[in-house]
Design a binder for this molecule. Sequence first.
Ligand SMILES: NC(=O)c1ccc[n+]([C@@H]2O[C@H](COP(=O)([O-])OP(=O)(O)OC[C@H]3O[C@@H](n4cnc5c(N)ncnc54)[C@H](OP(=O)(O)O)[C@@H]3O)[C@@H](O)[C@H]2O)c1
Length: 250
Amino acid sequence: MRQDRYALITGATGGLGRVLAARLAQDGWSLALAGRDESRLRDVYPDCTHPLLVGDVSTPEGARSVLQQCQAHYGQPPDALAHCVGSVLVVPLHRTSHEQYRACMRANLDSAFHTLAAWVDALRAAKRPGAAVLVSSAAARIGTPNHEAVAAAKAGLEGLVRAAAATYAAAGIRINAVAPGLMDTPAAAGLIASLSAREAVARQYPLPGIGTPQELAELMAWMLSPAAARVTGQVWSLDAGFSTIRPLVR
Ligand SMILES: NC(=O)c1ccc[n+]([C@@H]2O[C@H](COP(=O)([O-])OP(=O)(O)OC[C@H]3O[C@@H](n4cnc5c(N)ncnc54)[C@H](OP(=O)(O)O)[C@@H]3O)[C@@H](O)[C@H]2O)c1
């Protein structure tokens, strides 16, 4: 058993999860990398020295199992949690099937709720402080056409972050979120598949362009670091001004 300061990354197989794993390792974090498919985890991290943990954190049992695997490897709960599980769904409300809606809620809200619950429970039992960062979306912060299901799920995640930050502040547990605009990862691949689609998407942002997971990982690494020791209950946008400013239209 090892007694390192370590971070649990859920959704570690995803575009953001992979980039964040590399970024946190640069900062000296030991890691626990969780995904729901063992072979995908092994494909993404072929020579990894960090433990690869398998579990579906969108269920209470799956989330608890991932935390138990963390404890079994490191002998203590994760000091940091980066919850990168989620999805992007761009379908108008009247065309969203019940299955699409439920899958979107499972990936974006259920997973956040159960993972955060299992993590704070483990920290409280061990009487340890900690820091978590979750991932919302610009679509939760400003009305964006055809994003009803994901906006509802991520708005729920933002409420969860603020309430849990209040509940656990006295225990030294910090809980924050980031809210990106569109990022160039597999989740968004279908939306920017052609050059013309990329250009059209890039024009939607006050600072034109398409975000990268590297930019977001930088902010998330800072939120988990001691430099952010007095930051909790926050949702910080990283969306090129999309949700907050309206430049002059010429
Ligand atoms: N990319 C964007 O444009 C964008 C914009 C705004 C917000 N976001 C948010 O950014 C975060 C990271 O997304 P990404 O861009 O890295 O997407 P991604 O590459 O598709 O990765 C998503 C990750 O979530 C996992 N996942 C999806 N549904 C799940 C479920 N029901 N249960 C458990 N795990 C599940 C996937 O696991 P598998 O490998 O097992 O499928 C994968 O590891 C998400 O919260 C997403 O909503 C992304």
